[in-house]
Design a protein around this ligand. Structure first.
Ligand code: ATP
Ligand code: MG
Length: 356
């Protein structure tokens, strides 16, 4: 493959000033009315690993930061990259703007990796994504959404339920209080979601079962599911819900984090494995993910498969589930990054051919 100038694009959220103490003064709100998010990631950023992999592949990597100011958008238009490796998750602290960054790159005709504005929009609104899954007969937990007393949609749902912000990621707003067993707890949790995130609450039936992740690599009909990875939640203390809470994912010093670990799944029969992969692939395609994505699922003791959500552009750290799955499929980390670059570039070669 030709040597490419690959610009790793990211936003500055993680490098912002430390969060102010929440008490007694309420934390300031970001421009979109939400509270600034907690820092999500490890000190080992995936971007440094991606940079090293791109260098190994013979490309010419560089970094570019979108800092939420117009100037950084204007300069991006002139960055001269052959390809943007798109790691942005928000703009000026607003997560729902990731789709606008992808759309801006399209306007500029700059090739970029990962989900387009369509995927970023469809996957971010979990309630919308669930409606699409339903259309495609992909099983997803029954749900309702509620915003300040208004119900957008409701199945006839039954306790236990889990209450989440409708469009956060990184388990923001998900803790031991998220799973509710009574109307009182439910009302309190809906109120909490409104207050903390100024967001509709997604109220889903809680699915007891194993936490399975299906990584998918590729685009459209050529996408392929990778080996399954499970986040083992079984060792979480008795009486706490078996969920991938914020603590489990990011708070290294908590018991919850220490007691949970991801493994490659090797104890499922071929049929169940294939079913999880097929459903994962169907969900990936339903919400128009491309290049790489991760579908979060639950496998019940009865063998039912539920899609919890679809993640475009999942975290690419070599220690995370997506890279684990790619490794199990025989790809080194460098191979994985090279393949994402090739998948993205192939899309633009195809569109150039079609337009000529
Ligand atoms: N309906 C459900 N039944 C059982 N567990 C659930 C359900 N919904 C969410 N969970 C648990 O909560 C976790 C976080 O939920 P979800 O994936 O929707 O949040 P998220 O913030 O988008 O996560 P991320 O973007 O980090 O993948 C899930 O991985 C799962 O452990
Ligand atoms: Mg998830």
């Amino acid at each position: 493959m030709a040597i490419l100038k690959v610009t790793i694009l990211h936003d500055v959220w993680e490098e912002g000033p430390p969060e102010p103490e929440p008490e007694p003064v309420k934390a300031p709100r970001a421009k979109n009315g939400k509270r600034p998010k907690k820092k999500k990631k490890d000190p080992l950023h995936d971007r440094e690993e991606i940079f090293a992999a791109l260098t190994k592949l013979g490309h010419e990597p560089s970094y570019y930061i979108l800092d939420g100011k117009n100037q950084s958008l204007l300069a991006l238009a002139r960055c001269g990259a052959d390809l943007i490796f798109n790691l942005t998750e928000s703009y000026a602290g607003n997560d729902s703007m990731d789709k606008n960054i992808a759309a801006y790159l399209e306007l500029l005709h700059i090739p970029y990796t990962g989900g387009g504005p369509q995927a970023l929009y469809l996957a971010q609104d979990k309630s919308l994504a669930k409606k699409i899954f339903d259309f495609h007969k992909i099983k997803t937990p029954d749900f309702a959404t509620s915003y300040k007393g208004r119900t957008d949609h409701s199945h006839d749902i039954e306790f236990p339920l889990i209450v989440k912000p409708v469009s956060e990621d990184g388990s923001i707003g998900i803790d031991n209080g998220s799973v509710v067993d009574s109307v009182k707890e439910l009302m309190e949790r809906i109120h909490y979601i409104h207050e903390e995130f100024d967001s509709p609450a997604l109220i889903e039936e809680y699915i007891e079962g194993r936490e399975m992740y299906v990584g998918v690599l590729g685009s459209y009909e050529k996408a392929q599911a990778l080996p399954l990875v499970e986040l083992d939640l079984s060792r979480l203390p008795e009486g706490t819900p078996k969920i991938a809470s914020y603590d489990v994912k990011f708070e290294k010093d908590t018991q919850a984090h220490k007691l949970t670990k991801s493994y490659l799944v090797d104890d499922l029969d071929e049929k169940t494995t294939a079913r999880l992969q097929e459903v994962g692939l169907a969900a990936y395609q339903a919400v128009k993910l491309r290049d790489y994505g991760r579908i979060d699922m639950r496998l019940t003791p009865k063998g039912e498969v539920y899609v919890i959500e679809a993640n475009p552009n999942p975290w690419l750290s070599s220690k995370q589930e997506f890279a684990m799955a790619a490794k199990a499929s025989g790809r080194s980390y460098t191979d994985l990054i090279g393949e994402i670059v090739e998948l993205a570039m192939a899309r633009y070669a195809t569109s150039a051919e079609n337009s000529s």
